[in-house]
Write a new protein. Structure first.
Length: 342
């Protein structure tokens, strides 16, 4: 590993200045800070922050990568992570990555430089940079909700999203719906593929087509729900029921439907996914899939600590239970005569 002397030579400053810049960046000038950080990057230097203070080489910290801290579903997972981590004597370092690879690389690198003992990823991307990929294969890491993309064999905690998608589809089909729309999230993720496959499986069995133009959206945001409804209602075949692949999307969808004068569920039924706290207090309350987010966070910590201690795992995939919560945002389809008015 490149040492601190090499960094000092590249930056043209003393090793003490390099150390001071890395540990207390606010006490040096901006010009010095820029020179040192540029040299650190050029040298590929990763300081071992804990080596001088912890004889075991352990930080007793866990890094948690969150694609969006605003999302209330992620916050419930983090609550479980925090509680379980504290019970095991670990502190939690949150990294709000905003889905950006550069941020993920920086936060994930904390495990490689011994500033954290393990990592929990709440997104589907592999968080390490290309140059760190080989070294990262041995890093204690667990993913929650999503599976790490590619063929990398890290343990993960997830819902049976395929079965949950089927449950939602059965629910709406039982109300007589035959014209559906889907407002999706990240289409590259396994979550999207599994939920959509579950929905499609039931519709196929019932002989109900799901038109490609009626699958819209590509992010888990309220704005996606708003834009998704506008797009679906502009199509020639308009849905009488809309699957929203998370609750934020459903909130936006319901807002736009009501703004355009539609009654929910009399005109169009809406379902969500996640059961964020506000979903039960919407007007009308949202039919959704409840994920045990808190328990998922706790379980992720338990698995990660086993990995840190190099204890064997009985299985690499943990499937958590779900519950379909039938509320007032879904109901019977309008009859054929009425559907022409939608």
């Amino acid at each position: 590993m490149t040492n601190i002397k090499k960094v000092s030579e590249l930056a043209g400053v003393s090793t003490a200045t390099v150390s001071r810049t890395l540990k207390m960046p606010d006490v040096v000038t901006e010009q010095t800070r820029e020179k040192v950080m540029k040299a650190v990057k050029a040298a590929g230097y990763r300081p071992n922050w804990m080596a001088t203070s912890v004889k075991t080489g352990k930080s007793n910290s866990l890094v948690v990568l969150v694609p969006n801290l605003v999302n209330p579903f992620f916050m419930r997972i983090i609550e479980g992570i925090e509680q379980a981590a504290q019970e095991h004597g670990y502190s939690v370092l949150l990294g709000d990555t905003q889905g950006k690879a550069s941020r993920e690389n920086d936060y994930a690198g904390m495990v490689l430089s011994n500033r954290a003992d393990g990592l929990i990823q709440l997104d589907h991307s592999f968080p390490f940079s290309e140059q760190d990929a080989e070294l990262a294969e041995s890093v204690p890491m667990v993913s929650v909700c999503e599976r790490i993309e590619g063929n990398r064999k890290f343990p993960y905690v997830e819902l049976d999203n395929y079965a949950a998608g089927r449950a939602l589809a059965h629910h709406l089909v039982s109300y007589g719906h035959t014209k559906f729309g889907v407002i999706a999230g990240q289409r590259t993720s396994q979550i999207h593929r599994d939920r959509l496959a579950g929905i499609n499986g039931v519709l196929s069995e019932e002989g109900i087509p799901l038109l490609e133009q009626n699958i819209v959206g590509q992010s888990y945001a309220i704005e996606t729900g708003i834009e998704g409804v506008r797009e679906l209602l502009s199509n020639e075949t308009k849905p009488t029921a809309i699957f929203c692949l998370n609750d934020d999307i459903a909130i936006g969808a319901m807002h736009e439907l009501k703004r355009q004068g539609f009654s929910i569920p009399d005109d169009i039924s809406v379902t969500g996914f996640d059961n964020v706290k506000v979903s039960g207090y919407l007007d009308p309350p949202l039919t959704t899939v409840d994920q045990p987010a808190y328990e998922m966070g706790r379980r992720a910590v338990e698995i990660l600590i086993k990995k840190i201690r190099q204890e064997p795992l009985r299985r690499s995939r943990e499937i958590m239970p779900f519950q379909l919560l039938e509320r007032q945002s879904s109901g019977p389809a309008r009859n054929s005569a009425d559907e022409s008015d939608i």
